[in-house]
Design a protein around this ligand. Structure first.
Ligand code: AFP
Length: 355
């Protein structure tokens, strides 16, 4: 009955055959899938596993850690430490990147990950996920923090796992975006969604609308037009979805189109956005761009940003090509003072918005 199914390992052997680096990358992705299976088993137990609830600790972002945040982080760190393929890792839950003992292996890669994204959803049994990104490690010396600070276009692989009604593993190595579903009975990821494509046209948008008064005018303009639907310039009605779990929102967009926005806002002026460049924006941009969509800050391609620090936050606008291009155009028109309706008295200060 299972004949002809493509397992993750078989798929990776086919996609990454050739150089020793490619073979090692395939092995690393299999290791990541193993950590994902462990986290999937933990999340699936819910209250019965005693894994719900918060700890007394906070992470480097000042966020209260959930038990599953810490358990998922440990699952990834153990996998990378024992696998012998990673020279250093950076986790959203850790203050600084960690070097892996060189004696443990060859360490060709740097692994960057958000072990459990959307963790505020765990206790209410809503989908959460893990996000990962892989960079090339420096050879012949130990990695430094600077080695992690590379633009997203240099990622060798990226992807996410979504722990929903089924567990899925979605990845790209720069040859399209492909989705695998966990067959729990046999413990294998099976290729179920080859060559995923984000539809260019969509009538769905995802944003935390409670922040509306803090958004910049170009985003207010876009969302207002979507909400006005048939009665305004868009000429059709839109639907809004917000799961507050980036992985789940991005997964929906990958499956049926849409645009995800966590734009720049003035809620906390010390932060140019909520989401993290290295752990969330870059890997998700790689996945979405390999599926024909776009990842943007509204003003720049996310994967072209030069990171300045490991926990850097950026505005994020990701999804269907036509919608993201429209939002970028609204930013441009606003910055040039060409947008009559949304012209701001602060127009001269717009050069402050660099990213
Ligand atoms: P947590 O991991 O702290 O739950 O944050 C999730 C997240 O980074 C991202 O997955 C969501 O899109 C976003 O935050 C939700 O933010 P709001 O709380 O503003 O809805």
């Amino acid at each position: 009955m299972h004949q002809g199914r493509t397992t993750l390992s078989k798929f990776l052997i086919q996609q990454l055959k050739g150089s020793p680096e490619q073979n090692d990358l395939a092995a690393l992705l299999v290791d990541i899938a193993a950590a994902v299976k462990a986290i999937s088993a933990m999340t699936a137990k819910g209250e019965l596993g005693g894994v719900l609830g918060s700890l007394d600790s906070t992470n480097v972002q000042g966020e209260t850690q959930k038990k599953l945040d810490v358990m998922s982080n440990t699952a990834f760190i153990n996998t990378f430490s024992m696998g012998g393929l990673v020279a250093g890792l950076a986790s959203e839950e850790n203050d600084d990147p960690v070097e892996i003992d060189p004696q443990d292996g060859t360490g060709r890669f740097l692994a960057i990950f958000d072990p459990l994204d959307g963790s505020s959803n765990i206790d209410v049994n809503v989908s959460v996920g893990s996000i990962f990104s892989v960079l090339r490690a420096p050879q012949g010396r130990s990695p430094t923090t600077e080695d992690f600070l590379r633009p997203g276009r240099q990622q060798l692989a990226a992807g996410y796992a979504i722990y929903g009604p089924s567990t899925m593993f979605v990845l790209t190595v720069g040859k399209g975006t492909h989705g695998f579903t966990l067959d729990r009975e046999v413990g294998n990821f099976i290729l179920t969604h080859p060559h995923m494509e984000v539809p260019a046209e969509t009538s769905e948008f995802a944003i935390n609308a409670s922040n509306e008064r803090f958004w910049e005018p170009p985003v207010q303009r876009y969302v207002t037009e979507c909400k006005n639907g048939k009665t305004d310039v868009r000429g059709r009605d839109f639907n809004m979805r917000w799961i507050a779990s980036m992985v789940a929102d991005i997964h929906r967009i990958l499956m049926r189109g849409g645009v995800f926005m966590y734009p720049r806002d003035t809620k906390d002026k010390s932060k140019p956005g909520r989401l993290r460049l290295m752990y969330e924006a870059n890997p998700m941009s790689f996945v979405i761009e390999q599926a024909g969509g776009i990842g943007s800050t509204g003003r720049h391609r996310i994967m072209d940003l030069q990171p300045s620090e490991i926990h850097q936050r950026v505005p994020v606008i990701i999804g269907s090509r036509n919608e993201v291009e429209r939002i970028e155009r609204y930013h441009l028109e606003y910055d040039r003072g060409e947008d009559e309706q949304y012209k701001s008295p602060l127009f001269q200060e717009r050069s402050l918005f660099a990213s």
